[in-house]
Design a protein around this ligand. Structure first.
Ligand SMILES: Nc1ncnc2c1ncn2[C@@H]1O[C@H](COP(=O)(O)OP(=O)(O)OP(=O)(O)O)[C@@H](O)[C@H]1O
Length: 260
């Protein structure tokens, strides 16, 4: 049985007496510990899928089942990382993670355990040096690291990443991709990530879900990426298998499902 399943998902947005169908019959089964990327042209409905899994939007038809339970609204078992970090500017790095940890674990962990858990998660993303800094005092890449630490500190069953590296420069982006790969290897998280970046999708994913263009977008193809892990971006640059996967995604997006 799959850990996370998206079943016959349809979504229409209604304005007045006009309904526009965005998603049509999305079906996807995700195993525990899998890394899934969703790729597709702008506006096809990728964020809508992720928001439904997060419980921020209701499906029009169908549903999402996580670990045997139907998703009915947001919950701490699904934490989200957005493109724009969404940190609280009046709290330090440490306090931004603390807010989430206190909210969830005030009863189950004592004060010292909570402090250690916050520090542990910030160490995972290499932010131990900046615990007392405010968001405006750190770089965009560091803010994303804190967002990832905060999401991990919630001990989610699934981590949902909506273009987490989209606003970063190429070098910072590469660093963060490597860190996320390492964290996933160490912790075995189940992750769903939206991206526009073909290389990022191939490098990070176990499977790449390629969506057709909207309206009524659905899953066009699913590409299984069988590259062994750990994956090294430099070694993969000349790897024929890597380039085969890359070409398959490019061909889907730019030949078979291009925007007219
Ligand atoms: N709350 C809403 N009300 C009405 N229409 C919406 C709403 N949210 C999204 N849409 C529409 O649904 C479609 C899919 O949007 P969505 O943001 O899911 O696409 P996307 O693939 O994530 O796009 P991008 O890659 O540009 O972020 C778009 O046409 C968008 O205008």
């Amino acid at each position: 049985m799959s850990y996370l399943s998206i079943e016959h998902l349809d979504k229409s947005f209604v304005r007045g007496n006009l309904a526009s169908q965005v998603l049509k019959d999305i079906n996807l089964n995700i195993a525990k510990g899998e890394f899934i990327s969703i790729i597709g042209h702008s506006g096809c409905g990728k964020s809508t899928v992720l928001n439904i899994v997060a419980g921020l939007l209701d499906p029009s038809l169908g549903g999402v089942i996580l670990d045997g339970k139907e998703v009915r609204g947001p919950g701490p078992d699904r934490s989200m990382v957005f493109q724009n970090h969404s940190l609280l500017p009046w709290l330090t790095v440490y306090e931004n993670v603390e807010v989430a940890v206190n909210k969830l674990f005030k009863r189950s962990m004592n004060k010292r355990e909570r402090r250690e858990w916050i520090e542990h998660n910030l160490a995972l993303v290499n932010m131990s040096h900046a615990l007392n800094k405010y968001p405006q005092e750190i770089s965009g890449g560091m803010k994303q690291r804190v967002g990832i630490a905060r999401a991990l500190a919630m001990k989610p069953k699934v981590l949902l990443l909506d273009e987490p590296f989209g606003a970063l420069d190429a070098l910072t982006r590469a660093h963060l991709q490597d860190e996320v790969m390492k964290i996933q290897k160490d912790l075995g998280n189940t992750m769903m990530m939206i991206t526009h970046d073909v290389d990022e999708a191939v490098l990070l994913s176990d499977r790449i879900v390629m969506m057709t263009n909207g309206p009524s977008a659905t899953i066009g193809e699913i590409l299984e990426v069988k590259l062994p892990r750990p994956r090294d971006r430099i070694a993969l640059a000349d790897d024929p298998e890597y380039n085969h996967y890359r070409r398959a995604v490019l061909s889907f997006l730019h030949e078979r499902h291009r925007l007219h």
